[in-house]
Write a protein of this length. Structure first.
Length: 81
């Protein structure tokens, strides 16, 4: 299945795009998506260990299935004061 993942902040800057497409086998979960993104986009690998993922505007854990027809977002950690 092909998933489109929206990128924000540092993730967007590292890849140079607002969204990316990732191919995963049927039945994959968010953890699988995280790993595949790190392989497909090596510049993101270290950031992905701390990034949060959201499906349809709700934060999800790595064991949640990656739904094919939903809005998926990768939200990197932010810093500031």
């Amino acid at each position: 299945m092909k998933l489109t993942v929206k990128l924000f902040a540092a993730a967007r800057d590292l890849v140079g795009h607002q969204e990316v497409e990732v191919d995963l086998p049927a039945g994959a979960n968010i953890g699988d998506l995280r790993r595949q993104m790190g392989e497909q986009f090596p510049a993101l690998a270290s950031l992905l260990t701390h990034a949060m993922f959201a499906v349809d505007a709700k934060y999800v854990a790595d064991d949640v299935p990656a739904p094919e027809n939903s809005e998926i977002a990768c939200i990197p950690p932010v810093s500031g004061g």
